[in-house]
Write a protein that binds this ligand. Structure first.
Ligand code: COA
Length: 338
């Protein structure tokens, strides 16, 4: 279902971005001391050199708060002006209360509704699209969209198939109502295929397979994946949904200044860009330093692009993600206030 905002009264402007990473670095050399792997294998197969890892007991809110504060400061907006906070994550501090609720309190966003959205690696694209709908419908003026994960709490550091990929990090983007013909989120497309759920999952993470000594001994509380299947599906689906969205909006790759893809593997990002006919100079890549932070990858990459001057007012951006569900999506936006 591609959705564009062409008939709405307002457009959701992407006003500012903030980000936060934990201090501790986990390098490939560190991982080689935990499992049978090496720097050369990890870099050549994934493009990742290091990732950041939270200290034990450090929850997502410890990253979401500084990311949100930085975003609001850059936007010149106070927390009391927020109508809503949506946090995309699969690793919030707790299932209840939501991390969005914790953030609402910590920020002092007294008027804001707050809830979490779990859509794995596609979480930020899903949350951004949902928040934009509130604004386009005139139901909210300002929504803080946060994406982040503490994947170190969900990764088995004795499993070399998964532990090399993931890291922790969080970003926050402020959406603000603006004129319908101005810059902002122009359209999005969200897709899913639940038949592939078992290919990338955390078996014991909810009501179905409850934690027991047996599930814990088998490591069922950690990410499991069919790496090859996820790899091929990610390339195929991300390119496909980008082309569908561009077609729906009547755009071509000439209308993209920056592609901001989910950072799962450099060997997924490069062929996706190639299928879209985009040179790597127009693609934001930071996986080398941060790995796959699940719902955090796209806001972290946007924040890096803003910091290095590639993302400025008027930059036309296509964001795209793929992850557990299976679920994937893309959004097309023009950065800044009108
Ligand atoms: N270090 C060294 N060797 C490793 C290794 C590691 N960390 N992990 C796996 N291997 C081994 C395998 O055991 C296998 O050995 P074998 O041939 O003796 O059985 C060999 O390397 C090749 O494994 P394979 O799984 O075919 O490698 P690959 O090229 O597919 O790369 C991934 C593996 C996980 C990097 C890749 O499949 C991938 O990125 N998949 C997508 C995962 C993902 O992005 N998940 C999150 C999505 S949001």
């Amino acid at each position: 279902m591609p959705v564009s905002a062409r008939r709405s009264l307002a457009r959701a402007q992407c006003v500012a971005i903030g980000s936060a990473l934990p201090e501790q670095r986990l390098t490939n050399a560190d991982l080689a001391r935990l499992v049978d792997t090496n720097d050369e294998w990890i870099v050549s197969r994934t493009g990742i050199r290091e990732r950041r890892i939270c200290a034990p007991g450090q929850g997502l809110s410890s990253l979401a708060l500084p990311a949100a504060q930085q975003c609001l400061e850059r936007a010149g907006v106070s927390a009391s002006e927020l109508d809503g906070i949506i946090v995309a994550t699969i690793s919030g501090d707790q299932i209840m209360p939501s991390t969005a609720n914790l953030l609402q309190h910590q920020l002092g966003a007294g008027r804001a509704f707050a809830y979490d959205m779990a859509n794995a690696c596609n979480g930020f694209v899903a949350a951004l699209s949902t928040a934009a709908c509130f604004i386009e419908a005139g139901r909210a003026k300002r929504i803080l969209v946060v994406g982040g994960d503490v994947m170190s709490s969900l990764v088995d550091y004795s499993d070399r198939n998964t532990c090399i990929l993931f890291g922790d990090g969080c970003g926050a983007l402020l959406l603000e109502a603006g004129p319908a013909d101005g810059p902002g989120l122009v359209g999005f497309a969200l897709r899913s295929d639940g038949s592939g759920g078992g290919e990338l999952c955390i078996p014991s993470s909810g009501s179905a397979l409850r934690p027991s000594p047996a599930t814990l001994a088998a490591g069922m509380q950690y990410v499991k994946q069919n790496g090859r299947h996820v790899f091929t599906q990610a390339i195929r689906r991300m390119a496909e949904v980008c082309n569908e969205l561009l077609g729906e909006l009547g755009l071509t790759t000439a209308d993209i200044d920056l592609l901001v893809p989910h950072q799962a593997n450099l060997r997924i990002i490069e062929p996706t860009a190639q299928r879209l006919g985009l040179p790597m100079e127009r693609v934001v890549v930071n996986i080398e330093r941060v790995g796959n932070t699940t719902a955090g990858t796209i806001p972290l990459a946007l924040a890096d692009a803003w910091t290095d001057g590639r993302l400025t007012d008027g930059t036309r951006v296509l964001v795209v993600a793929f992850g557990g569900g299976l679920t994937w999506g893309a959004s097309y936006l023009t950065w800044g206030r009108g």
